[in-house]
Structures are given as C-alpha cells and as structure tokens.
Design a protein around this ligand. Sequence first.
Ligand code: HXC
Length: 517
Amino acid sequence: MPMKSMDLRIAELRRKREQIFNGGGADKLEKHRASGKLTARERISALVDPGSFLETGCFAQHRATMFGMAGKEAPADGVVTGSAAIGGRLVHVASQDFTVLGGSAGELHSHKVSDVMLQSLKTGSPFIFINDSGGARVQEGIDSLSGYGLVFYTNVMLSGVVPQISLICGPCAGGAAYSPALTDFIIQTRKAHMFITGPNVIKQVTGENVTMDELGGPDAHMARSGVIHFIAEDDRQAVLICQKLLSFLPSNNLEDPPEAPGNYHCDPDPELNGIVPADGKKGYDVREVIFRIVDNADFLEVQAGHAPNLVIGFARIYGRAVGVIGNQPSVQAGVLDIDASSKGARFIRFCNAFNIPLVTLVDVPGFLPGVAQEHNGIIRHGAKMLFAYSAATVPKITVVLRKAYGGAYLAMCGKDLGADRVYAWPTAEIAVMGAEGAAEIVFKKEISEAVDKTKKRQEMIEKYREVFANPYVAAGRRLVDDIIEPAETRKYIAQSLEYLHTKRELRPGKKHGLIPL
Ligand code: HXC
C-alpha cells in the first residue's frame, strides 16, 4: 500500500483539527450559545490578547472503555488548554468545554489541566481556570477522581507562587468545586452554580427544599458563603474583571506588581477634611476616602457583597499597586465580626504573598459582641487578622480616621503589629474602649454615689474622652508617627510607599506558621 502523500496528511490533520475545534458538535454549541454563554474557546479568545493563544494537548483523548465510552470521541477531552498573553504578560489557561461530555473531568482532562498549571509554575505566570463542568466524569470512576486529586495537589503547589484565578461560567459541581476553592480569586457569572451536593441530593438527605440559584448561585456565594470574590453578569464581564484584577498583580511571588507610570498629583484634597462627621455615632462611606486617595478614583473592590462592614480591594497610589483594607462605618459602624475578619485576613495574606503593600484605614468600634459571634469563634477568626498583619512583611501603612478601640485597633494593623507608618487624622480616638464604656468602669463609684447619676455619667464620659479620645496620647507614645490633615493623606501615603519600597524584613526560619484556621 502506498504511503499517504503530504497533501493527504495535511488534509487529514485539518479535518481532525476542525472536528476538535467544533467541540461537542454544532447542535451542542448552538444550544450552549442559545443559553447566553460563550463557548470554551470563545471565552479564551475574549480573555487573552488577540492571536496570542498557543494551544497544547488538543489531540488528547480519554482511554475509557466502560459505560459506553469505548470509541466515543471527546474533542480535547473536554478542556482547552494552553499559553497566552493578557496585556502583554504571559498566562496559562484551561477552559472546560461543557459541550463535550458536559465538560466532565476524566483522567486525561485533569492531566491536561495539571500540565498547564505546571507550565505556570515553571514560567512564573498566572493560572486561569475557566470552569464549566458536571464534575468528575462518572464513567471513568476512580481515574477521574485521581485526576482531580492531581489538580488539587497542583493548585496547592502553585499557591503563593503564581496568582490563580477561577472563572465559574457554568456548573461547578461536586468535589470539582474544591479546585476553585484552592485558588486565590473566584469570579462567578449569573449563569453559574457551585455546589458540593445539588438540590436533589439535599432534598433526599435533609428534606430541605432549595433551588439551584438559592443554593449555589452567585448571590448565595457572595453574601452568604463568602466563597466567591466577584459576581459577573455574564462571561464577557467575567473576562473583564479577570483582566482588571491581573493588572494589579505581579506574575509571580518574586516580582513586584506592575507599575503604571503617569503624572500623578499630590495636591491636598480639602474635601477629605469634611468626610468624617463631627458626631462620632454617625456613619460615612469609607469608599469616599478610598476614591479620593487612590489614583484616578480607580478601586477594584473585592467581595463587595460579603461582610460589607470591611472594605477590601486593589488600587494604585502614584502608580504603585496597593491592597486597601478599611472599616466601613456605614455598615454596623464598621465593627469587626467573624466574616469581616476572615475576609480581611485572607486578603492580607494574598497581598503579602505577592508583594503588594497594605494600606489600612481604621475606624473601628471593636469586635462585634454577641453569643452567636462568641460561639461561632470570633476569638479564633478575629485572631486571623492579628496573625495575617503580624506575619505580613510588605510595607504596611495605617491611617486612623476616627475610632480605633481595643483589640480591634490592634487587629487593624496598629504600630505593635509591625505597621511601618501609622498616621492619624485629628479626629482619631485611639483608646482601649469607647468613652461611654470606659467611664462606667473607671468612674463606677463616682457615678453610683452621685445624686444626679445621668449628669455625673455624662461628666465622666467627657472627662475620659478629653484624656484619651484623641490621637495625641498615642502619638506621645510613638504609636502614631504623625497626626496629619485629612486633605494631605494621599501625599503621606505616596511618600511612605516610596520610602518603604525597598523594605526587607527577615523572620525566623520555620516550616510554616499556624494561622488559626
Ligand atoms: C459524565 C456528565 C457529568 C459527569 C454531566 N454529564 N455531568 N457526564 N460525568 N459528572 C453529561 C450528561 O450526561 C450530558 O450528556 C451532558 O453532560 C450535559 O448534561 P445535562 O445534564 O444534559 O446538562 P444540564 O441539564 O445543563 O445539567 C448540568 C448538570 C448535570 C447540573 C451539571 O449534568 C448534573 O447534575 N451532572 C452531575 C453533577 C454531579 O453530581 N457531579 C458530581 C460528580 S462526582 P449527554 O450525552 O446527554 O449530552 C464528584 C466527586 C469527585 O464530583 C470529587 C473530585 C472532583
């Protein structure tokens, strides 16, 4: 038999490629698009720089033979993988193809994902995993389980070395949801659901009735579980959020975040002098302060819908990326509770791992009192903030805007937790507790013996406030480096960032610390 000519071989190659690029076939692609979603390949095209995607493993095929799998074609084994650039910087991507066996993860599928993750590790480039899958491929049994185990293991290898971002654009079902959970940021679209056990199983086991949306839709995972970091209206917005997020991050833990050179102003902003209300009980939106001190009022808030009493997110000051953490006085007076502590601590850990300086804005009345908070572990969770700040060696700049009371003052990166600069506005009240509570303890006898107890109580509160409810005592103990006019905050932070840029801090060698989990 004569060998096939080159022309025939090329024609065959083209045909095979076309078939692979057609995923699960025209009908399934059509159905997928009709549901308002982009396909696996379209998602990659939208995400990366035009023409930059270099695919690997498109001919990969499962080798399963049972349960109808013998000879069944699974183009690219249901996941498109490769290298590309975003904003000119190298990334590695895996995008599950729901049109191929429901994007289910068999042995080869998961090996492809882990291969591309290892490329991220070796080249020091972010890994982006676009999830749209029914989970472990049931027909492949233990092999698919083993494959997913490898993905989890590799997620952990990458953790803290390169940024890992998950986009959830369809189902992310069963144990497969643990891969995104092991990554740094999760962006979920409104068409996506994440759950370990679906509504049917829950109904059978617990008798609870719940819809897919209520259980694992983006609102549930933002507000309730805190599993996700961003909600996207659709695939295109998910891609935009991912690109924006990457713009603040270095490619790996050995790099500094990319700078955005420009002509930045350092003029005082008198509006800042009027943001904190004279009445200490009145709230205000800390994001107004953030918008005014960062470049171009450009602030990418993270987990905006979760524990809104603490605001976290990325911004730039004089072109340098920073992680901003601020108590939000307009929600529960900016108190620290369990959710806020976990949210803040995780963000601080991420910034520290990737050399992003921390800017902390403090207006905190304390930790949230209550039996539920105590019994659900506010001691353990609150300690995460203390641990994360103390362990962070990136530049740490703290600005006390108003209240900084008790343990929560320390937990918001006071000087003793290693803040490199602490600035206070003249409205700052740095004290062991609020004047009301303190007066009750210190002047208990005077108040109880007074004829007019209410008047005496008020007098004593004022007395305590005069002594402690200001920043001068703390500045006198060098717990505050300077008391500044709010209008000049941006300048002070920018200069501090400049002078702290070369900060290096050595810690005792150890396997790892034990953050209270
Ligand atoms: C194999 C799967 C699959 C899976 C879906 N499919 N999930 N094939 N293994 N895990 C296939 C379907 O059979 C179907 O094939 C096609 O994908 C599309 O699925 P539909 O059900 O028609 O789509 P839809 O109605 O949109 O529902 C999507 C879904 C549902 C919600 C994800 O398919 C579902 O509930 N799947 C099972 C999810 C699950 O329990 N996964 C856990 C696996 S065990 P055809 O040929 O008809 O098009 C697990 C534990 C491992 O995860 C832990 C380690 C990771």
